[in-house]
Write a protein that binds this ligand. Sequence first.
Ligand code: GRF
Length: 202
Amino acid sequence: KRLVVLVSGSGTNLQALLDAVAEAGPEAYGAEIVAVGADRDGIEGLARAERAGLPTFVCKVKDYGSREEWDAALTRATAAYEPDLVVSAGFMKIVGKEFLARFGGRFVNTHPALLPSFPGTHGVRDALAYGAKVAGCTVHFVDDGVDTGPIIAQGVVEVRDEDDESALHERIKEVERRLLVDVVGRLARNGYRIEGRKVVIQ
Ligand code: GRF
């Protein structure tokens, strides 16, 4: 299976996927990353892709006359690599109708909170501020909402009294990277069905 990964930042989830494919080999893992896309340049995530010898593309919202034109450009750039699965690994933009029309049902996101709690850009900060005793991460299919698509898997992390946002987020990311590698591999190798809000991996 062909994967395109979308990033906006440090790309440690991308790196976990790159390492998993390199370690197991594309056949055994079930997939290989064929390109990495971003909404901004100058980020470590793109540097990681370049170090792995992968093609990259950048679609910046401000380079387009409208959000719809950006969405169309992102769709085209992603489609050029003919992915079977698209993975948002810290991609910080909400895709539009065209992207979802093209990749809905095979577009996966990882979110650093236990959805449906704490969706959006500051999931870790919101869980901490709320006083949650457990936090975690969610890998889900992307639908037309924000972090609302069918949940594939979740991982739980305890919140410690001394945690600040970055300490908690780092602890979540340790679980998240393993969860994402496991889920993407299983989706790619076994195939899956989405039945309403249920995801069945064969
Ligand atoms: C991840 O925790 C992801 O869930 C969140 O931002 C973080 C990205 O980390 N949206 P990285 O870029 O993969 O290191």
